[in-house]
Design a protein around this ligand. Sequence first.
Ligand code: DHB
Ligand code: FE
Length: 283
Amino acid sequence: MARVVAGLATSHVPAIGAAMDLGKTKESYWKPLFDGYEPARKWLADLNPDVIIMVYNDHGSAFSLEVIPTFAIGVAEKFLPADEGWGPRPVPAVHGHPGLAWHLAESLILNEFDMTIVNEMTVDHGLTVPLSIACGEQKNWPCPVIPLSVNVVQYPPPTGKRCFDLGRAIRKSVKTYDKDLKVVVFGTGGMSHQLHGERAGLINSEFDKNFLADLTRNPQRLIELPHIEYVREAGAEGIEMVMWLVMRGALDENAVEIYQHYHVPASNTATGLMILENQPLTV
Ligand code: DHB
Ligand code: FE
């Protein structure tokens, strides 16, 4: 039986990927951020998952404004890094897991989450930067990755509650896949940031730290936060944080926090990383 064993949530700032690709991670601006990633990389390498379900958002790369799926799942064998204007990132291709991805598509849709099924797409910084953060520089990513995208770029995004409930449905679906797989669910995006307009550069560390503090033990407060509260407090792009709630929903109520890292700034953004683990089965 497959099972979700852990979750990792992290920001996906493109400049973090660029700092790695351009060999700048030891520079004084970047070093404190990357030092904080070391324990997470070690944790993931030790855990050695069989599959990652990557809950992320596309930024107009695979999905233009012509078609915007609220929730989409990639069922392909392979996803290439997108060209976001500077050429594709020099990172490995992402290998999917069509078996589990089709099982998820089927059971989520039959469970009334109407996923868009994606047979072909590229993956942008929303997916590749979290992989770089959690896995470091690699010739090949350590395991297959199932892209699960959430619309947070065009109003209206799904509610926090819908995202949390999607996580619950993912947890249930994984449990009914009949192969013995250790699955880690990633939630990505955030933390507070706004990239445009009069409030460009906005960072709200108090909001971010309260979000980090409540994610494990008091997710109900976050589930109930309306969009306008994210936008007001965490900036227009702070809404990306609803994707962390998919990860939280995919984990058990009594999941334990293993690690947390918060750093300001990376580019225009406050960055956060959190690891949660389910308690081992006692029976
Ligand atoms: C930045 C952050 C993002 O989440 C993003 O998608 C693009 C840019 C930034 O801080 O530069
Ligand atoms: Fe983003």
